[in-house]
Design a binder for this molecule. Structure first.
Ligand SMILES: Nc1ncnc2c1ncn2[C@@H]1O[C@H](COP(=O)(O)OP(=O)(O)OP(=O)(O)O)[C@@H](O)[C@H]1O
Ligand SMILES: [Mg+2]
Length: 232
């Protein structure tokens, strides 16, 4: 069953066009990577799906329903959550208060404070601390936990690995299995291409706002990916 579909999706910042007619289809339960060079439009793609950037209503279909013109709040309530680039935790709030912010959509499902703390036991120990006192990796866990607290059907992850040590990245990626085991569909945007391809079954490669290549991650032409990535 198709969970997310974009059809001829375009996105603008004022007069600047950042996405050009992007067609993506993501099936329920899949983990899909979106890769591309700096400025290719990866974050813009996630922001249009999450409602932070307006699109034509029919350009984004979630569970068959047009959501392109919905607000971020409405979209979270439908079951789409984003882990934003740079984590964006609220610095004046504790770790636990940040997590609880994610539950405001009041969606029912498997995720609760208890389950998030089981997934990331360190967060339970650190729960009363202000978010900025955590390490980068711990903040990333809190950002993932906050998104899970809305019990999303679709989890959008923007650069989970950015700025983190390899051992920390491995720990965070190791948790993806527990998340997808709940039936959650995941879109991974990554600078670390190999990490993204390892963790997904299919990828889309964007190049200067255009969809340049899509293929299964188990069987694809490396030369075609290099060309699609760098625009050679
Ligand atoms: N707020 C904004 N205002 C104007 N232009 C923007 C804005 N955000 C992004 N852009 C432009 O839109 C294009 C796509 O940017 P986007 O952030 O989606 O790329 P990206 O693939 O996520 O890149 P990165 O790997 O650097 O995160 C770029 O040319 C960028 O300069
Ligand atoms: Mg980005």
């Amino acid at each position: 069953m198709t969970l997310l579909q974009t059809h001829n999706l375009s996105a603008f910042y004022g007069d600047f066009q950042a996405l050009f007619g992007v067609d993506v289809t993501i099936e329920q339960g899949e983990t899909v990577a979106v890769i591309g060079a700096n400025g290719a439009g990866k974050t813009t793609f996630l922001r249009t799906v999450a409602g932070a950037l307006a699109a034509a209503p029919e350009a984004v279909l979630f569970d068959g329903k047009p959501i392109g013109n919905m607000t971020p709040h409405e979209i979270v309530r439908l079951g789409i959550a984003m882990v934003p680039e740079g984590r964006r935790l609220f610095p004046s709030l504790s770790v636990e208060e940040n997590l609880l912010l994610g539950s405001h959509s009041e969606r029912r499902g498997p995720w609760s404070l208890q389950r998030v703390y089981e997934l990331f036991p360190r967060l339970r120990e650190l729960r009363r601390l202000p978010a900025p006192s955590l390490s980068g990796g711990q903040q990333q866990m809190a950002a993932v936990g906050r998104a899970l607290m809305s019990n999303p059907r679709l989890l959008l992850c923007d650069e989970l690995s950015l700025g983190l040590a390899p051992v920390v990245i491995r720990d965070i990626y190791a948790c993806l299995g527990a998340i997808t085991a709940e039936g959650t569909t995941v879109v991974l945007v990554e600078q670390d291409i190999n990490r993204a391809l390892d963790a997904s079954s299919r990828f889309y490669c964007l190049q200067e706002g255009h969809l340049a290549l899509t293929a299964p991650t188990k069987d694809f032409d490396r030369a075609a990916l290099t060309a699609a990535y760098f625009g050679l």
